[in-house]
Design a protein around this ligand. Structure first.
Ligand code: ADP
Ligand code: MG
Length: 262
């Protein structure tokens, strides 16, 4: 008999399986089909980007993965188990940071831990994530005292303090100026590499998808179905002027129905 000397390390990521999912909304008694037979498997720790026309159903797909909705047909599973409700293991980050204006940065980040009764036990995590998103000096600032990039960093920290195993990002950098966006993309990559979560990023920025993701998935117009999938095998950091990435960008733009001279 041998003695187990160490507990197995808690897993930091999950597998996400979307299987033959179709989804409909009832809009004033009319049926609106948003997703059409979408199947997608994301491996633990993988970084997948979703591209698709506005209104095709990208946010809906993220909400299904977050457990905020259940699919009309088909299934969405984490590590094989159906996702039926929200869980701090799966966190959705929005385009708008949606910080509470009456709480400081620290107070905003603390919310998830407070709600789960873990604040005493894990308060140290707040300082850790503040450092991760480079806001150590700003913990007592209120949201109105932050730049757009800082507010989005605070929103990321608020997600990360829960140690999510799946991070769902809905156009998180869409409203940031281009320099801040580039910086935040690099920071997201660093966070993903160090924390090890599975990432599903919705973006309208083809270049962002190619710079960050292991795999890029293109959705059709609503009702969204998967029209293309490309694997990006390059290691990080990636160069946006890399010939392979430029070729991939061109082919993705074509798949999105945008001519390649843009
Ligand atoms: P995307 O994120 O790709 O822009 P969404 O998933 O937000 O698209 O929305 C897809 C379609 O579903 C849109 O036509 C939108 O108006 C509609 N929709 C989204 N959420 C709801 C809802 N809760 N009820 C009714 N219709 C919705
Ligand atoms: Mg959306």
């Amino acid at each position: 008999m041998s003695l187990a000397l160490a507990e197995p390390a808690a897993s930091t990521s999950i597998a996400l399986d979307v299987e033959t999912v179709s989804h409909r909304y009832d809009v004033d008694g009319k049926d609106l089909q948003v997703l059409d037979d979408v199947s997608l498997s994301i491996a633990p720790g993988e970084f997948v980007a979703l591209l698709g026309p506005s209104g095709c159903g990208k946010s809906t797909l993220l909400r299904l993965a977050a457990g905020l909705e259940t699919p009309t047909t088909g299934s969405v599973r984490e590590d094989g188990r159906p996702i039926a409700a929200p869980d701090p293991d799966r966190i959705l980050v929005f385009q708008d940071p949606t910080l509470f204006p009456w709480r400081t940065v620290r107070g905003n980040i603390a919310i998830g831990l407070e709600a789960r009764g873990l604040i005493r036990e894990r308060e140290y995590r707040i300082d850790e994530v503040l450092k991760l998103v480079k806001l150590e000096g700003f913990s007592d600032f209120y949201p109105h005292q932050l730049s757009g990039g800082m507010a989005q960093r605070a929103a990321l920290a608020r997600a990360l303090v829960n140690d999510p195993k799946l991070l769902l990002l809905d156009e998180p950098f869409g409203k940031l100026d281009s320099l801040t966006r580039l910086r935040m993309q690099n920071e997201l990559l660093d966070l993903w590499k160090s924390a090890g979560f599975t990432a599903l990023l919705v973006t309208h920025d083809v270049e962002e998808a190619l710079l960050l993701a292991d795999r890029v998935i293109v959705l059709s117009d609503r009702p969204a179905s998967i029209v293309a999938e490309v694997r990006v095998d390059q290691s990080h950091p990636r160069r946006r002027d890399d010939a392979d990435l430029i070729a991939l960008r061109r082919s993705l733009l074509e798949k999105l129905g945008i001519s390649h001279d843009v």
